[in-house]
Design a protein around this ligand. Structure first.
Ligand SMILES: [Zn+2]
Length: 86
């Protein structure tokens, strides 16, 4: 009976060690794969609205055209004004 009790405690201790090791491992994985906020390439770059000359983050801007001819605008009104002008 005492041997059974000792074995139970041993198994419990091993369980605790394995669990804490797993927790540390998972936390390490999460920490390593966490994206750095606000520094994703390209998306937070500031672009200039050619109509009202406001700088806006590219991911919030309205884009017209493609490739090197792409223009970014703060609003649809500016985009329309640019299209009417050119
Ligand atoms: Zn604008």
């Amino acid at each position: 009976m005492i041997r059974f009790l000792a074995l139970s405690i041993l198994v419990f201790l091993i369980f605790l060690i394995v669990r804490s090791t797993l927790n540390a491992f998972v936390a390490g994985l999460r920490g390593a794969s966490r994206p750095v906020p606000g520094r994703r390439a390209g998306t937070d770059e500031l672009v200039k609205d050619p109509v009202c000359e406001t700088y806006i983050p590219r991911r919030k801007a309205i884009s017209r055209g493609s490739g090197s001819a792409t223009r970014y605008f703060c609003s649809a009104a500016c985009a329309d004004r640019y299209a009417a002008r050119s």
